[in-house]
Design a binder for this molecule. Structure first.
Ligand code: ARG
Length: 444
């Protein structure tokens, strides 16, 4: 049962948050005269020593006594400063408000780090989009060649999803910043501890408004797991594109050797393991999100030990996302772009819409122009040539409105530059998207 019940194996990760929470709580007890000034000093210096032992890897776990990080730290504190003083720290406090506080403190710091990592990814996307601005590639729907686009535009499509994740992260950070400390086991604190002080001393934006809820509230963990699931879905889709684009069949990009691996059997192989791992880990994070939500759904009011099941998914998910962001940033930063291959993959049939648009500008309703352009594609197929090679007489045979200026339409650069409204694939539209990312990155 002790092995089954203990959480120190994993919640020792929270040691700094736990010590920080205890220092603040001790200050709160001092304000109530439950601790004297001298006792507070002893507790604070004892806690610092405990922290140092963890920092230096010298903390000796007592497997008989140390169930979790809270009991371990308190046990060690009492050893260091004596239980007559150390034993006062937990006055009015419970591990229930303590763990809820520790998890929020830990999550808050981690989310701040993830924010920095996400900015790093967006910065690389913007820089790469800028440096590859002239590169054109086929744009796809249903994985079928559709219309020419800028490679930058494709990259910024992925960046756009990451911006959404970035903005959602901001929202979660606000909600994490609510302090449960001072709620006790479930009913509140009987000594009149100043919860506003506890919250502000720990840098929280607000106090949690209900003690029964505060000790049971792991919604912020659900939010982080679900946020991470969506972010990982986005990184997985980006990875999937890159895996496909790096095949010999596409050859659009090359993953740097640093992010590829070889085969133990086939000497010629260069495998995109980094991207496959990101794609695979997306499933792992999604599983953690649905797994913990299932643990939460039938819990009776206030604290239940089931809540401990939030800790491992949280720790693992944050570590996984952090690694994936670092790796994808490296992959994108070192990605080789094969502009010639992309250019060679552009075919004139991808300009069929531009042929239809040409007739629109001559006053023909689009539904008809769509039909006519379809006939142009069929005619070219019959003749065994591309639509750009069809003689003008053939085009005139399909619609008398075709003229010599149709030749200008068969130009990929022109097609791309035509799409110059906001969010389009023209140079100016792409530059505006890059500028938007840069302005987001320059915000504090
Ligand atoms: N390790 C526990 C957790 O993570 C700490 C709280 C234990 N509280 C209790 N009443 N048993 O939830």
């Amino acid at each position: 049962m002790m092995k089954f019940n203990e959480s120190l194996t994993f919640d020792k990760t929270l040691y700094k948050a736990d010590i920080r929470g205890s220092m603040t709580y001790a200050k709160g007890l001092r304000q109530l005269n439950i601790l004297s000034e001298a006792e507070l000093d002893q507790i604070v210096s004892g806690l610092k020593q405990v922290e140092q032992e963890w920092d230096e890897g010298k903390f000796v776990i007592d497997p008989k006594a140390d169930e979790d990080i809270h009991t371990a730290n308190e046990r060690r504190l009492a050893e260091l400063i004596g239980s007559s003083i150390g034993g006062k720290l937990h006055t009015g406090r419970s591990r229930n408000d303590q763990v809820a506080t520790d998890l929020r403190l830990w999550a808050r710091d981690q989310l701040a780090d993830l924010e920095v990592s996400m900015k790093g990814v967006l910065r690389v996307c913007a820089a790469k989009a800028q440096s590859s601005l002239p590169v054109l590639m086929p744009g796809y729907t249903h994985l079928q060649r559709a219309q020419p686009v800028r490679f930058s535009h494709w990259l910024l499509a992925h960046a756009t999803f990451i911006i959404g994740d970035f903005q959602r992260l901001k929202g979660i950070q606000d909600r994490v910043s609510s302090c449960p400390l001072g709620c006790g086991a479930l009913a509140g604190n009987p000594f009149g501890i100043d919860r506003d002080f506890l919250a502000s001393d720990l840098g929280f934006a607000s106090v949690h408004p209900n003690s029964l809820a505060a000790v049971a509230d792991r919604d912020f963990i659900v939010e982080i797991l679900q946020w991470a699931s969506l972010l990982m879905a986005h990184l997985s889709r980006l990875s999937e594109d890159l895996i496909l684009f790096s095949t010999a069949e596409f050859g659009f990009v090359q993953i740097a050797d640093a992010y590829s691996t070889g085969s133990s059997l086939m000497p010629q192989k260069k495998n995109p393991d980094s991207l496959e791992l990101i794609r695979g880990k997306a499933g792992r994070v999604m599983g953690q999100a649905s797994g913990f939500l299932a643990s939460l759904k039938s819990l009776p009011t206030s604290y239940n030990k089931d809540l401990q099941e939030s800790v491992e998914p949280l720790l693992d998910c944050v570590r996984t996302v952090s690694h994936c962001l670092t790796i994808i940033q490296g992959i994108l930063g070192s990605l080789e772009i094969n502009a010639d291959k992309m250019r060679a993959a552009l075919t004139a049939d991808m300009l069929a819409t531009d042929v239809a648009d040409y007739l629109v500008l001559k006053g023909v309703p689009f539904r008809q122009t769509h039909h006519i352009a379809g006939a142009v594609v069929r005619k070219a197929e019959e003749n065994g040539m591309s639509i750009a090679e069809l003689p003008l007489e053939d085009l005139k045979g399909i619609s008398p409105l075709f003229d010599a200026d149709i030749a200008e339409v068969f130009d990929f650069e022109r097609s791309v530059e035509k799409r110059s409204t906001k969010g389009g694939t023209s140079r100016s539209s792409v530059l505006a998207q890059i500028a938007a990312i840069e302005s987001l990155l320059s915000q504090p």
